[in-house]
Structure formats: C-alpha cells, structure tokens
Design a protein around this ligand. Structure first.
Ligand SMILES: O=C(O)[C@H](O)[C@@H](O)[C@H](O)[C@H](O)COP(=O)(O)O
Length: 245
C-alpha cells in the first residue's frame, strides 16, 4: 500500500493523472488494451477533466482503453446522479471515446437484473471468470464506504466475483456495485480522496482495527497488493503514519 499525500487537491489530481497514464501505457504495451473501472461521485470529475485536457489527452492511447464503472446509481443515464453521465461529459465526449469502449450499467433494468447483466458483460469482455481490471479507481465516502459497498449491507459479505444490487435503507434507493472480490482481482487499485470531511474515514480504513461492517473500504486488498492512496493533506491529517507500507 502506497500513500501519496500532497498539500493541495490539484497536486493530488496531477499525480494520479500521471499514474493513470503510466498504468495505461504499461497495460497497452503488455496486453494491447487498458481496462479501467471508474469511480463515481464528485471527487474524480476533475481527474477525468484533467485526463481529457490538452495537457494529458495525447499521453494515452485512448482507442485502446475500455471503461467500466465500479458502481452506479439506480437512475437513468440522463440523470445528474448518474456516474455514467458524469464520466460521459468529463471524459468520453471530450475524447470522442467510441461507445463500444464504454460498458455502462443498464439502469433501465430492475437493479438485480442490471447487476446480473453487468456481471455477464464483464465476464464476456475478459472472456474468463477471472476478470482482472488493469486499474480500479475508487473514492471514499465520509462513512468509509467505497464503490457502493456501504456499511452494514449484505454485499460486504458476498464472496461472489461479480456485481450485485445494494439497497440503501437510509436513502431508500438501490445501487449496483462490483463486489469486493471482483474489485480485488484488479492489477492495481487507486483511491482518490481529498478534503477534511474524509480525514476520519481515511484513518478508520488505514489505521483502525479491521471492522468491515463499519469500515467497508477495508475490504479492498487486491491480490496484487497494489493499492495506492492519493490524498491531500486535509484528508490525511488524522493519519498517525503517513509513510507507505
Ligand atoms: O457512486 C459513488 O458515489 C461512488 O462510487 C462512491 O463510492 C464515491 O466514491 C464516494 O461516495 C465518495 O464520493 P465523493 O467523491 O462525491 O465524495
């Protein structure tokens, strides 16, 4: 696990953008393609816009990049809450990404069906059960959730390598999420977390005793052991140890 802590969010985003470029280039060179599972929420929007900017857009062979979503809200793809719509506006449209390169959750289906169909689409893409993303981008909620692995939800104990629907009783909404076993098959995982509101969650995940019911992001432990945390100082301020382990 590697920590990359910088004073401001801009430096965090640029460092993660450079990391993204490096992992993408390595994957294309080794396997002829780069399969990435994007994070949703608000934090990664600036990263996607930076990657699509004139400074970065020439650094990646975008025609060899295939995009998936670590999770999705159970809303139409035209909804402002859609992770797909956010990525479409920030990344896919500016880079003229072909629709065949983007695997979005079909949220027209009922949640359970959408999850099953998405899992099948992932298996077909990788042409095997051991689907391995080259990179999974993750955020962190201030309640220590990641993707849609929320505290005290059954999906936290799901050993399926796949995609499941999650009902969030507080918000009375469904989400669709990759399970921890699927996420953990990734070759590399990068968390992007910035802002003081995340500081306690970061400390809980990295320094508290294991308690996945309360701190679901503790489930993220890829077999590759390649987990990089990209944090600004505000998000890292509760950490006693800011050294990588
Ligand atoms: O669909 C989502 O919302 C994300 O996948 C979710 O896991 C997100 O990463 C965290 O909730 C942090 O969200 P912010 O970046 O908006 O704080």
């Amino acid at each position: 696990m590697k920590l990359h802590v910088f004073p401001g969010a801009d430096e965090v985003l640029r460092t993660l953008a450079d990391y993204f470029v490096a992992v993408a280039s390595q994957a294309v060179a080794a396997r002829g393609r780069f399969a990435v599972a994007l994070s949703g929420g608000s934090s990664p929007k600036k990263l996607y816009e930076l990657l699509a900017s004139p400074e970065y857009r020439e650094k990646v062979a975008w025609e060899q990049v295939y995009f998936f979503f670590g999770d999705e809200r159970n809303v139409p793809q035209t909804s402002p809450d859609s992770n797909y719509l956010m990525a479409k506006k920030a990344l896919f449209e500016p880079l003229a990404i072909r629709s065949a390169q983007v695997f979005a959750v079909d949220t027209r289906l009922p949640p359970a069906e959408a999850a099953t169909q998405y899992a099948l689409a992932i298996e077909e893409f990788f042409e095997e059960k051991k689907a391995r993303f080259d990179l999974v981008l993750l955020g962190l909620g201030d309640n220590a959730h990641t993707a849609s692995l929320f505290p005290h939800t059954p999906v936290l104990h799901d050993t399926t390598v796949g995609v499941k629907e999650v009902f969030l009783p507080e918000q009375q909404v469904f989400r669709i999420t990759m399970t921890a076993p699927l996420l953990n098959q990734a070759r590399a995982i990068a968390f992007l977390v910035y802002g003081a509101s995340k500081a306690l969650a970061v400390q809980q995940i990295l320094e508290f005793d294991r308690d996945i019911e309360q701190y679901p992001a503790q489930l993220i432990a890829p077999s590759s052991d390649e987990v990089d945390w990209f944090l600004d100082a505000a998000a890292a301020k509760e950490l006693k140890n800011q050294q990588s382990s």
